[in-house]
Structures are given as structure tokens and as C-alpha cells.
Design a protein around this ligand. Structure first.
Ligand SMILES: Cc1cc2nc3c(=O)[nH]c(=O)nc-3n(C[C@H](O)[C@H](O)[C@H](O)COP(=O)(O)O)c2cc1C
Length: 327
């Protein structure tokens, strides 16, 4: 059996597979099953800033019927926000007690970072081993300059880094005009990890009811290429650890991400689609591949195909099918 241990954000993982934040990581029973299935760490379902605000607002609406007073509104809003945060903190605490693998808390916030400032101290003592921040700015406002979006993103990242003292990763989208610049900025800010890339909720259209519907929430196994490219392009330039995410459904893709320079991978769709046995199958493929290629540790082959190690670095950058155009 090869040694599958890896390090991610200063955490020693028994293997490179992390359960990504999803409904599977939203309750203790399911978290425990994931640990039993062999994952090396768990990112708990995110707590969303909007969710707290919205839930708090709707609780307050109910209370308004018998307590319609401006001061009471502020008091109740604070109380119900606390309620949802307390529920999250309890889940983290329970997960830490029940599991021996690292538990990563996930905070999903919008805006300018004041939310993080307000809540980070509350989360600091919940016992999580690390934090994953998820921040996305939808560039749907044509009046908003792309440079402003980047600036706001980095401003948020800076506040989060300042407020959260534990190991911290950013789970980012792939939609920046210069992913490499944003990634380097996060490295400069001393993030410990970076999850490339988040897969966002996508809208679709139902042509029978002629209405908007939810797009497929699960990835397919052909969606990993963008992640692979950016892991390969950036891994050797960074001090932080990369965690590959999106479209990783099998052991072969796991091996590819490690060869490109990822320290770990996060998986979600394959677990939801084919069940928790997929963890063992992926680890078996990784182990067999390592044995067949005489690698006895992840570190001995991690990043050997990263761009900086290649004689022809353009292999990672090529975007056009020049040869097929010219015959
Ligand atoms: C139903 C569902 C819920 C999710 N909830 C969250 C979440 O709360 N926070 C988060 O960061 N990612 C969330 N994700 C995204 C996953 O963590 C993951 O990044 C994404 O599914 C891509 O990985 P995959 O290709 O292995 O599925 C969710 C995904 C699904 C399918």
C-alpha cells in the first residue's frame, strides 16, 4: 500500500480526498458516514450571509404580529441571527467530537467584508481546524468596471485573512479576467489554501412551462479541464496549497490533479451521484497508479507536470487548435 498522506493548509490529511461543502456535509449523521467512507477531511455545508439575514428577517416578521416596536426589531433580529449561527457552531462542535479527521468550516459572504468582521470572532472558538471562505461577485452590472470587481474581491479577501487566524482557504470562481493575478494576490495575502474552482448554481429554462428553472446542480466528469489547466499553470508559483475542485469523479482525474500540483481535491457530485463508495474506488485507483509507477508518496510526484517544470510551458497555455486549423 502506497503512502497516500498529503498536507493541505498545514493540516496532515491521510489521503488527498476532501468532501466538499454540500447537503452531504450539512448534518452530523452524514458527516460521520463520509468519514467512515474514507474521506480525509470535511468542509461543512456553508453558512451563507444572505441565509442568516433572510432567516433573521422572516423570524422577525412573524414576531411583528404581536410586538411591533422599532427597538424590539433590532433586538429580535440580533437574537435570530444568533440562533442560526449557534446552530452552525453546534454542528461544527459536534462534528469535531464525533470525527477524527479535520473539519473545515465554510463561510459564504457577499458585500464588503463587514459581515466577516462581525462574525469571525464568533467562529474562532468553534473548534474547526480551518476555514474556507466562499465569495463571489456576479458581474451582471455593465456599469461596473472589471477592475472594481477584482479590487472589491481582494478587499474582502484581505479582511477575511485579517480576521480569521486559523488556516484559511478561498474557494474562488474561474471568471476573473486574470485568474493568475487574483490567485497571486491571495498568495501575497498569505492564504493557506485555494480551492480551484467553485462550480456555481446555473439557471436553465423549462420550455414546456416557459419559465426559469434550476440548471443541473451536479457536475459531469468532463468538467475538470479548466481546473486542471489552472492548477498546472499556477501550482509551482505559489506558497499556498491548491485544492482542485469541480468535475473530479474518478481516481484517474485525482492523479491528474496531483501531477499538475494540487495537494488535495474536493469532491461533491460523484458522492451525490454514485454514493460514498466512490471514495474507496478513487483511492484504490490512486494507490494502484502509484504502485505501478513506483511512487511511494504523494510528494514524490506532486506537481511534476506543472508548467514551470515543463520544457515546453506553452502546453498549459495553448487555447486554440492551431494544428487542426492548418491541417
Ligand atoms: C446541492 C449542492 C449544494 C452545494 N452547497 C455548497 C455550499 O453550501 N458551499 C459551497 O462552497 N459549495 C457548495 N456546493 C458546491 C460543491 O461544494 C462543489 O464545489 C461543486 O459541486 C463542484 O464539485 P463537484 O464537481 O465535485 O460537484 C454545492 C454543490 C451542490 C451540488
Amino acid at each position: 500500500m502506497a503512502n497516500l498522506k498529503t498536507n493541505y493548509m498545514g493540516l496532515e490529511l491521510k489521503n488527498p480526498i476532501i468532501a466538499a461543502s454540500s447537503p452531504l456535509t450539512a448534518n452530523l449523521d452524514s458527516i460521520k458516514k463520509l468519514e467512515d467512507a474514507g474521506v480525509a477531511a470535511i468542509v461543512v455545508k456553508s453558512i451563507f450571509q444572505e441565509q442568516i439575514d433572510k432567516d433573521a428577517e422572516s423570524n422577525v416578521d412573524m414576531e411583528q404580529s404581536f410586538m411591533n416596536h422599532a427597538d424590539a426589531y433590532g433586538f429580535l433580529k440580533g437574537a435570530s441571527e444568533d440562533h442560526f449561527i449557534d446552530m452552525y457552531l453546534t454542528l461544527i462542535e459536534d462534528a469535531k467530537k464525533a470525527c477524527s479527521i479535520p473539519i473545515i468550516a465554510s463561510l459564504n459572504g457577499t458585500g464588503d467584508g463587514s459581515w466577516i468582521k462581525e462574525y469571525a470572532p464568533r467562529f474562532a472558538y468553534c473548534g474547526a481546524d480551518a476555514f474556507e471562505i466562499n465569495h463571489y461577485i456576479m458581474a451582471s452590472n455593465a456599469n461596473l468596471d472589471g477592475r472594481k470587481i477584482d479590487k472589491d474581491f481582494i478587499k474582502f479577501a484581505k479582511i477575511a485573512r485579517k480576521e480569521i487566524k486559523l488556516p484559511l482557504s478561498m474557494k474562488m470562481g474561474a471568471n476573473f479576467s486574470s485568474n493568475s493575478n487574483i490567485i497571486r494576490e491571495l498568495d501575497f495575502l498569505k492564504y493557506d489554501g485555494l480551492v480551484l474552482f467553485n462550480r456555481f448554481y446555473n439557471p436553465d429554462i423549462d420550455i414546456d412551462t416557459i419559465s426559469i428553472k434550476r440548471g443541473s446542480s451536479l457536475s459531469s466528469n468532463s468538467e475538470y479541464s479548466q481546473t486542471l489547466r489552472w492548477v498546472g499553470l499556477m501550482s509551482e508559483e505559489l506558497n499556498l496549497d491548491l485544492c482542485a475542485n469541480t468535475g473530479i469523479h474518478d481516481g484517474e482525474t485525482l492523479v491528474k490533479m496531483l501531477l499538475a500540483g494540487a495537494s488535495s481535491v474536493e469532491i461533491c457530485s460523484v458522492l451525490m451521484n454514485t454514493g460514498l463508495d466512490s471514495v474507496n474506488l478513487m483511492l484504490e485507483t490512486l494507490n494502484n497508479w502509484m504502485e505501478n509507477n513506483n511512487y511511494n508518496s504523494i510528494d514524490s510526484f506532486k506537481g511534476i507536470l506543472a508548467q514551470e517544470k515543463m520544457d515546453d510551458p506553452t502546453l498549459w497555455e495553448r487555447t486554440q487548435y492551431i494544428r487542426s486549423l492548418h491541417g
